[in-house]
Design a protein around this ligand. Structure first.
Ligand SMILES: NC(=O)c1ccc[n+]([C@@H]2O[C@H](COP(=O)([O-])OP(=O)(O)OC[C@H]3O[C@@H](n4cnc5c(N)ncnc54)[C@H](O)[C@@H]3O)[C@@H](O)[C@H]2O)c1
Length: 316
């Protein structure tokens, strides 16, 4: 069934087309199928990307389609279809409309790509991950969200700016849901290996955490139409959990570095003990292993311990 080198990107909007471009430019797979319900949209983007190959020199084949049958046998499905937020909207305002989109996509993914790994981008992210998993009936470890990577990237950028250092020197993470209840973990951020709390006042760190929680809305407000797409389209590629799907691909594809990233999982599958938080996952593509969990220990006195350990009921 599996051709071991096929990636489907559902939705050829801003996030989807940028995902497809990254897949091609990084040569992360042999074939990208871009699918959209809007007539001609995916086909047009695919043609454009195929022509760019003549300049960029990538060998990845891009197919644009509106036909779900063309997605069959995908190793990885990146779900970006659905409406983005407008200024003033919360992610949960999209629950109903995007819920319908997720259900319709799950139907053909379940039938045509039963072994696929699925990464959900569509908002409200946490609810859509859960819905996708239920609709697919796949094991929880094969259906993840990418927003922990995105939120951590936003937090890292704000931290680097405040500390006046290059972003490569910053190590920061955000756990929990992709919404107001997300938790930038201030005590564990480092700048050049030094805890950020020793370099910046607590009030500054709290302000950066607040800006991170509001990071998506800040961009929505500036853009006026649509939402962020460059960083979101990078974030799906980072969850190392999908390394398994891609590491099965041809040796001509680039190898995926081993990374540990915050990674949204459907609730219920992870031990939520008094000291661990199940937001981190990593895999070792070299050894072609399934994703493994890296449990992150939280001290009893951690100020956000209860929020991080409680099952998330927020819609995104
Ligand atoms: N989780 C995150 O961190 C994050 C970040 C950015 C965007 N998003 C979300 O990603 C989604 C896409 O954002 P965007 O900026 O690309 O929006 P967009 O409007 O540019 O693109 C969405 C595309 O989905 C297509 N579509 C709708 N229903 C479809 C279906 N059933 N099958 C295939 N395609 C379908 C539309 O025709 C459109 O081309 C939104 O829900 C947005 O909120 C999430």
């Amino acid at each position: 069934m599996s051709t071991a080198h096929k990636v489907t990107v559902v939705g050829a909007g801003y996030v989807g087309m940028t995902c497809a471009q990254r897949l091609c430019q990084l040569e992360l797979c042999r074939e990208v199928v871009l699918i959209d319900v809007k007539a001609g949209r995916a086909q047009g983007i695919a043609l454009d990307l195929a022509q760019a190959a003549a300049i960029e020199g990538y060998g990845t084949r891009v197919i644009g389609t509106g036909d779900p049958a063309r997605t069959a046998g995908s190793d990885l499905v990146i779900m970006t279809a659905g409406r983005p937020r407008a200024p003033g909207m919360s992610r949960s305002d999209l629950l109903e409309v995007n819920g319908r989109v997720v259900r319709s996509v799950a139907e053909y993914v379940r039938q045509g790509s039963p072994d696929a790994f699925v990464i959900v981008v569509t908002n409200p992210l946490d609810s859509m991950v859960q819905l996708m998993r239920q609709a697919l009936g796949f094991p929880g470890k094969r259906v993840v969200g990418m927003a922990g990577v995105l939120d951590s990237a936003r937090f890292s950028m704000f931290l680097a700016e405040a500390a006046k250092v290059g972003i490569a020197d910053v190590d920061a993470m955000v756990l929990g849901a992709h919404g107001d209840s997300m938790v930038p973990v201030l005590d564990f951020c480092t700048v050049g290996g030094i805890p950020a709390k020793h370099l910046l006042p607590r009030s500054t760190l709290e302000a950066l955490a607040g800006r991170t929680r509001n990071g998506g809305a800040e961009i929505v407000k500036l853009l006026e139409t649509g939402s962020a797409f460059y960083a979101p389209a990078c974030s799906w590629a980072c969850p190392p959990c999908w390394g398994r799907a891609v590491s099965n691909a041809s040796s001509s594809c680039r190898s995926i570095p081993k990374r540990a990233s915050p990674c949204r999982r459907p609730p219920g599958r992870w031990p939520r003990t008094s000291t661990s938080c199940a937001s981190w996952a990593c895999t070792d593509p070299d050894r072609r292993r399934a994703p493994i969990a890296v449990f992150f220990s939280l001290p009893d006195e951690h100020p956000h311990r209860d929020r991080l350990l409680r099952p998330d009921r927020s819609p995104g």
